[in-house]
Design a protein around this ligand. Sequence first.
Ligand code: F3S
Length: 403
Amino acid sequence: MRLTIEEQEMLDGKQGPGVQKAMELLVALGETFGAERMIEITRAHVALSGQEGDTYFCELLVRGGAKCKIAPSTNPSWDLNLTKYYAVTDKELELNRKTIDAYKKIGAILNFSCIPELKDNVPTFGEHVAFSESSATPYVNSVLGARTNRESSPSALAAAVIGKTPEYGFHLDENRKGTVLVNVEANLKDEFDWGIMGFYVGKYVGSEIPVFNIKNLNKYHLPEKMLYMGAELNTSGAVAMYHIVGVTPEATTLEKAFRNNKPKFEINVTDKHIKQTQEEISEKSGKINLVMLGCPHYTLDQIKDVAKLLEGKKVHQDVAFWILTSFATIELAKRSGYLETIERAGAHLVPDTCIDEPCWKSFEGGLGITDSPKCAYYRERRGQSFIIRRLEDCVEAAIKGEI
Ligand code: F3S
């Protein structure tokens, strides 16, 4: 890579060992992927997961005197309030405290949201950014038309510290064209169907760039739909970018999405594929102990839908019902009266947290229900199986205690 004098000095340690470590990581990445130079970024998002490796790296940079040039937003950690309800060990608590402390010291914005691209940290068309969080990166590239690679927590943090990232991958025009055509004939009712479609397509496309040509496009809840699809494309596959013809900015026509190239292959999505995929990835039925919504974090619109479905109802006594979202959305839900309706029914909104955090282990061994295949995938690794159904069915199961 060709480095500027200042970049070379950073790499040589002249701005301290923290900056040097961040620069070493970025240069190693750039050299691995054939970048010729570094480019400036305007935003970053770090998927701080509270896992030991990520926290170790952040602490290492902090000890070396590093501070972020671009203050990154941060993914969920976990809400200490939850410890009132569910057991966490001292070790887990300590790691959570260390993580928050390290990210505060390095200059991150502690918004703890996995959908920053919708509200807290929204790039515009053509901005070069460094976003981690697998459900956020496809939205940033595809829907907003900004440019990011699928960053890891350490690489996004290093870019935030330096204010630059190596120029490769999705920062370059030639790597943003569609490569696979997806003909969608299915009637996609809501974000749940879009999520299932994402899971189905992700299995076949791997890290290709799918171009969705959707016959019956219903634009209600479109941001949530695209969010769900991106999350699931990255649960069964590794998709940093997609196009939707007539919707996403680099795909005003089919030809523009492919930049006049031919697709490598085509996939058809029908109602039958959606149904089959949902049945394949979901547990069948049974008594449930948990309803978990908000992976990715629920928006206010989605919370409004839950409140409507729970109005005048009562969640079964053997079922815990949690909806994950951001603290700001909870405040809006409170002002708008949705929170009261939801709590009266016995369900809860929780800020700042993720389904993949230790505080949920109290439910392991039981059967849960969720509208998110991503939630089911992560929780199954921790020993809890999930039925995957659309929101209306999740709420009905919560009331009956079974499905
Ligand atoms: Fe968000 Fe955690 Fe799901 S970061 S997308 S709630 S796995």
